[in-house]
Design a protein around this ligand. Structure first.
Ligand code: IYR
Length: 217
């Protein structure tokens, strides 16, 4: 069934003003690795997930689950298992070039943020789901989860919350640990909270608009 669409209506000036404001707001988004122990209201997190669930997805299958972790015990377990993975990555160095490319970000195998951040959000995606014992295929599940994660990060940032996008090389352990059905695959883990007083960020720059945008008029 089709129905009329009522688009939000901004006049051209208002739209320009918003678009410029958004650039300013998102210029200040940084990935944060040191979180304050102060716990933001959980409604902020829930509302951001409420935005993310409105993302477009292949065939509107909405192939995602967002697990919000507050439990210190679960955070501890996630940290322990992640640091085992990172030990392999940083100490055994199976991919030296990759480690070299990360040098300027000052990352290492210790993942304190996993126990420090007041909230962890694990985004899962599924290539299929069960609907009354019938297998229902999802399409572009990973791309859909990527868009939803982008909307989630944006919603959190607009409410003054910082995130850390984290992907241990192998993260299937999150499906078991969080007791999710086997078809749910971890897409990404986000640390969420306020930066702490000592938080630092690497000095990096973004490609300019001219570098990344090509206009064909
Ligand atoms: N997962 C590792 C390595 C790492 C990989 C990328 I790509 C980064 O942008 C940053 C880190 C870690 O989190 O340390």
């Amino acid at each position: 069934m089709l129905q009329p669409y009522k688009a939000p209506n901004y006049d051209e000036l208002a739209a320009l003003k918003i678009s410029r404001e958004l650039t300013k707001i998102f210029t200040r988004r940084r990935t944060i690795r040191q979180f304050s122990l102060e716990k933001p209201d959980r409604e902020l997190i829930e509302n951001a997930v409420d935005v993310a669930r409105l993302s477009p997805s292949g065939a509107n299958k909405q192939p995602w689950t967002f697990a919000i972790i507050e439990s210190p015990e679960i955070k501890n377990e996630i940290r322990t298992l992640s640091e085992i993975e990172e030990q392999r990555f940083y100490i055994e160095k199976p991919n030296k070039k990759w480690i070299e490319d990360l040098k300027h970000l000052h990352t290492n195998g210790e993942k304190e943020f996993l126990t420090q951040a007041p909230y962890l959000i694990v985004i899962f995606y599924s290539h299929f789901s069960w609907q009354e014992k019938e297998k229902s295929t999802n399409y572009y599940a990973k791309e859909s989860a990527g868009i939803a994660t982008g909307m989630l990060i944006s919603a959190l940032h607009m409410c003054g919350l910082s995130t850390l996008t984290y992907t241990p090389k192998r993260m299937q352990f999150l499906t078991t640990l969080l007791d999710r059905p086997a078809e749910e695959r971890p897409f990404m883990l986000l640390g969420v909270g306020k930066p702490n007083q000592e938080a630092t960020v690497p000095t990096i720059s973004k490609k300019s608009l001219q570098e990344v945008m090509k206009i064909y008029d």
